[in-house]
Design a protein around this ligand. Structure first.
Ligand SMILES: [Mg+2]
Length: 119
């Protein structure tokens, strides 16, 4: 079973993703970017789902830290953005995200994107 790291500060969104993904993937959970970086010290998930607006360390910063890090710089990252504006998505891709999903999350599209990037 493949492993996903979910980085999301909103409890409701986190619960929803757990319910929809836990049957198909092993899940590692982090509530902000700093927790995510802590998890990545000794764990190597197959893919990361990254919220962008988070306390302590936001998603854009966290993605840049992962990309310049030594543990798993090439790991696929899907940004989860509530910001529908084009510039926000571009910033996520520029920070190093492979793709992005706009909230409210279309779960069919999320599953497809995960599968595509994990293969
Ligand atoms: Mg958030």
């Amino acid at each position: 079973m493949k492993t996903l790291l979910i980085v999301e500060d909103n409890e409701h969104n986190m619960e929803l993703m757990i319910q929809l993904l836990e049957d198909d993937y092993k899940l590692i959970l982090a509530r902000d970017g700093l927790e995510a970086l802590d998890e990545l010290v000794d764990k190597t998930p197959d893919l990361i789902l990254m919220d962008l607006s988070m306390p302590r360390m936001d998603g854009w910063t966290t993605i840049r830290e992962i990309r310049k890090g030594s543990t798993c710089p090439g790991i696929p990252i899907i940004a989860l953005t509530a910001h529908a504006m084009h510039g926000e998505k571009e910033r996520a891709v520029k920070a190093g995200a492979d793709d992005f999903i706009t909230k409210p999350i279309d779960f069919d599209r999320l599953f497809d994107t995960i599968e595509l990037l994990i293969e």
